[in-house]
Design a protein around this ligand. Structure first.
Ligand code: NAD
Length: 268
């Protein structure tokens, strides 16, 4: 296959810069477009310079509509921006790799409907380790059964805006699916005051925010006499960018449809 022509939207964000860097270093990718939010002081600047990899000849635009055609749009921005990008990508026949988290249920439904038609990988986490953990959590939830209480603890940097993290929710969904229940019916997102004893079968969340923590997830299966813990820690955002590029490479060879990172990695 020829070079994969890619657009990075939100290219001056923490992940956006990582993606521009990863594309600049990959031999099989070419950055053909990059955007930032309308009003950003960086509009008009070179995406490579903003990302610290030197001039790439790609100016930051305020709209995806102003970018040339590409094989794939890579989007780690905000839910509202991602929905807009997905509509444009669909109209122009560009595939989508979405890492944005924090969608409401309605937003997620809308995105998935578009994604099915345009060809997309949507994942709350693009690291191979977390996707392996999703499979392990499913296996553990099935094997350990109701005698073990399930709690998820996640930690992220002080600038993260959504909670619990998309990855924590995905881990909980994997466990709920294995137990044959709906996460909405068993999730306990907060505890404060006299909340009473723990209800059997619930999945509890605890959220830590601070400093520069890139992302830590712990899934605890707490039994009366033993505890099983599945833990993942991201040490570098580059792991998500590498995963997103891997997903894009895979996606451009697939029929149109909506895919998960577990499918990309063959972990299903
Ligand atoms: P960030 O705030 O540093 O970056 C987001 C960027 O998007 C910002 O630069 C912002 O200006 C830009 N943006 C907002 N609206 C835009 C628009 N309309 N057009 C173009 N750009 C726009 O945040 P981040 O840490 O890079 O995270 C971004 C998202 O990715 C979050 O939802 C985060 O949870 C998620 N994330 C996912 C993974 C994963 O593996 N799936 C990993 C890390 C972060």
């Amino acid at each position: 296959m020829n070079e994969i022509r890619a657009i990075v939207v939100g290219a001056a964000g923490r992940m956006g810069k990582m993606l521009v860097r990863a594309i600049a270093e990959a031999e099989d990718f070419r950055l053909v477009g990059a955007t930032e939010r309308p009003g950003s002081a960086l509009l008009g600047k070179d995406a490579g310079e903003v990302a610290g990899v030197g001039t790439l000849g790609v100016e930051l635009k305020a709209e995806l509509a102003q970018c040339p055609d590409a094989d794939v749009v890579i989007d780690f921005t905000t839910p509202k921006a991602t929905l807009r990008h997905a509509e444009i990508a669909q109209q122009r026949g560009m595939r989508l790799v979405v890492g944005t988290t924090g969608f409401s249920r309605e937003e997620r439904k809308h995105l998935e409907a578009i994604a099915h038609e345009t060809g997309a990988v949507i994942a709350a986490n693009f690291s191979i380790g977390v996707n392996l953990c999703l499979a392990l959590v499913e296996q553990a939830a099935r094997a350990l059964g109701d005698g073990f209480d399930l709690e998820i603890v996640e930690a992220h940097h002080r600038r993260k805006v959504d909670a619990p993290s998309g990855t924590a929710l995905a881990l909980a969904e994997a466990a709920a699916r294995a137990k044959g229940v709906l996460l909405d019916q068993v999730a306990v997102f907060a505890r404060e005051g006299i909340v009473g004893e723990r209800k059997q079968g619930t999945i509890g969340f605890a959220v830590v925010r601070g400093g520069g923590v890139i992302g830590e997830h712990r899934v605890l299966f707490l039994g009366e006499k033993e505890v099983v813990e599945i833990r993942h820690e991201a040490l570098d955002r580059a792991v998500f960018a590498a995963g997103a590029l891997h997903a894009a490479r895979w996606l451009v060879r697939q029929p149109l449809g909506l895919y998960s990172m577990r499918e990309v990695l063959g972990l299903n």
